[in-house]
Design a binder for this molecule. Structure first.
Ligand SMILES: *Cc1c(COP(=O)(O)O)cnc(C)c1O
Ligand SMILES: [Zn+2]
Length: 420
């Protein structure tokens, strides 16, 4: 009866159109493909009132997600808190600061549950029974868990040497976990060959256009929770460079549909680790071509993609929106993880440390105005990346079960309390 809402795919370089299929690049120029929608069709059922009345998951934005039917995988994903972070704001010297906290996303504690919900629901529509991914860690967890819950066979490929929490978080779900002796880019290339050879659905390879759309829900939620407006600044971590672009696309789609107060003037800022900074180097050097990083070396392993698929578009977007990008070393990453935990009670993984440390830097540089609204995207959970903290955090003090020993401790920690 109703017309089609999801029209198909289109090449981001030449605009060539493709039908809805498991394909991620243009056969003419290898440009990335993107899902296109009929926005008039979307607008028939999608508006502020309708969305507000729906369930608390990312699927409340269903009309702007790439499915033809209802979601079948990851039905509880999304609707994570947007936390007003006043204590942290005070330390940073800014007036309106928010943490978008995807460290508590369901079910695997990172923003990757959003992209996997979208990609695997699409995989089911396409009829795939075996799915997979090339992962820096969080994607492995999410594909493994969501595939298990959906009864799909999962092949998860990761670079050897990932954090234990991320490896276990994939194994526990019964996925076939394969560690490759090489870096992420080599894993990714192998996955392209496997997807082609076996005809499987790899969420971030042949299903990538559908996968990437899931990231828009971070932007929809931010705008809705700000009372249907886009913030002045967003700071997003960048691995493949997809998330940052999709947050902005989300704001622009809501604007197009007349759902926002005021125009979108958000400056998009991108965060990377110095040990793997292909996109931030592109922005800082003022060049347009992304130079791959051959041997990523950083504790922010989830962001360690040397040859980012969407690096070109991410750096272009950062420039066009008046944003900026920077990168930070391992010490600054850990310091920022501690700062977020001590001020706001949020334990993020190393990627979150990257994002907050870069935010601090951009505020100090005057690239983020202190009196404007700022959203920092925290994308993963600290429980998964404990290794760098083990070496850097103090051990608990051990005492006998004795009040005297405890009193002596309080004397040392907080003398003012001991005097009572
Ligand atoms: C994958 C990932 C990102 C970045 O995703 P891209 O869309 O590839 O840039 C950010 N944070 C965490 C924790 C991730 O796992
Ligand atoms: Zn093309």
């Amino acid at each position: 009866m109703s017309a089609e809402r999801v029209l198909g795919l289109s090449c981001r370089l030449c605009g060539k159109r493709y039908p809805k299929e498991a394909l991620n690049f243009c056969t003419d120029d290898f440009g990335p493909l993107e899902v296109i929608y009929d926005y008039e069709e979307v607008a028939r059922t999608f508006n502020r009132e309708a969305v507000s009345a729906r369930g608390q998951s990312m699927w409340r934005y269903l009309e702007l997600l790439p499915l033809d039917g209802e979601p079948t995988v990851g039905r509880h994903v999304g609707r994570t808190p947007l936390v007003r972070a006043d204590r942290l704001a005070k330390v940073l010297g800014v007036s309106e600061l928010y943490i978008k906290n995807d460290a508590v996303n369901y079910p695997t504690l990172s923003f990757k549950d959003r992209v996997v919900g979208a990609a695997l629901s699409k995989a089911v529509e396409f009829g795939f029974q075996t799915v997979g991914c090339a992962s820096t860690g969080n994607l492995a967890n999410s594909v493994a868990a969501n595939a298990a819950a959906a009864g799909l066979e999962a092949y998860v490929l990761i670079p050897d040497g990932l954090e234990q929490g991320k490896v276990l978080g994939a194994m526990i779900h019964g996925a076939k976990v394969i560690a490759i002796e090489g870096n992420y880019d080599q894993v990714n290339r192998l996955c392209s060959q496997i997807a082609f050879r076996f005809g499987w659905g790899f969420v971030n390879v042949n299903l990538r256009p559908y996968y990437a759309e899931g990231s828009k829900t971070v932007g929809f939620e931010i705008a809705e929770d700000l009372g249907w407006r886009a913030p002045d600044h967003v700071v997003s971590p960048m691995a493949g460079g997809s998330l940052i672009g999709k947050i902005h696309k989300a704001f622009k789609e809501l604007e197009l549909l007349g759902m926002l107060d005021g125009p979108v003037t958000t400056r998009m800022h991108g965060a990377q680790a110095t040990g793997c900074n292909p996109i931030s180097a592109t922005v800082k050097n003022g060049v347009s071509k992304v130079r791959p990083v051959k041997n990523p070396r950083t504790i922010a392993k989830s962001l360690a993609i040397g040859d980012p698929a969407d690096g070109f578009f991410a750096s272009k977007l950062i420039r066009e929106t008046g944003g900026w990008s920077d990168d930070v070393d391992d010490e600054s990453i850990v310091d920022a993880m501690k700062l977020l935990a001590e001020t706001e009670g949020i334990w993020t993984e190393t990627a979150g440390g990257v994002t907050l440390a870069v935010t601090q830097r951009l505020i100090e540089q005057g690239r983020i105005d202190r009196d404007e609204s700022i959203v920092v995207c925290i994308t993963g959970n600290g429980l998964k990346t404990q290794e760098p903290l083990l070496e850097r955090l103090a051990r608990p003090v051990v005492i006998k079960p004795s009040l005297e020993e405890f009193e002596a401790l309080v004397e040392k920690f907080t003398p003012a309390l001991a005097a009572v």
